[in-house]
Design a protein around this ligand. Sequence first.
Ligand SMILES: O=C(CO)[C@H](O)[C@H](O)COP(=O)(O)O
Length: 220
Amino acid sequence: MASKLIAPSMLAADFGNLQRDTEMVNNSDADWFHIDVMDGHFVPNISYGMPVIQAIKKHATKPLDVHLMIEKPERYIEEFAKVGADIITVHHESTVHLHRTLTQIEDAGCKAGVVLNLTTPVSVLEDILPKCYMVLLMSINPGFGGQKFEDITYNRVKKLRKMITEQGLNTRIEIDGGVTNKNIKKLVEAGADVFVAGSHVFKSTNQTETIKELKTLANS
Ligand SMILES: O=C(CO)[C@H](O)[C@H](O)COP(=O)(O)O
């Protein structure tokens, strides 16, 4: 099995010190930057858009994993690719023609993934799985950092991993929301392999060490 990846969520970074926090991630054991884009419609919060992503990209030495929590994401795929997205994930619940949107992401030169809200059945992915580089399972209701991890996620990961294995695929499963050193190991055991961590990393006193601990726990 490929190594397990850590993607610190820049939503929890200090926006007044974005270059500093970007460099912290560069110099840590983290694998990707997780970038949360929220539009105030699909989720009840507004985060940031293209100019901020461009600013992070300018200093980042690792891939940008861009999670679009926006309605009709197909309107903006090319622009997100242009400002530096490497992976783009869109919510199943946000786009009517999911297959077309994933093709659009691929045509823009990015890896494509699908996100499911906390209680959207994983079975909706059955036919789209072969086209997914990754599936992101929300382990909270999307919109805000710092929320409590929902335990129903473990079973959802198991079901999805079984579906991926049955189809003979190697799709990555990313978990987003409330990931900490207390639940990461159990998530790996369930079959997840990419972990977004915002508050747990950026609110800790030694961020580099916190990332290192998550990476070690996930890969041990
Ligand atoms: O998608 C998100 C919110 O919708 C964030 O990525 C998520 O909340 C991560 O933050 P934390 O680790 O603080 O829970």
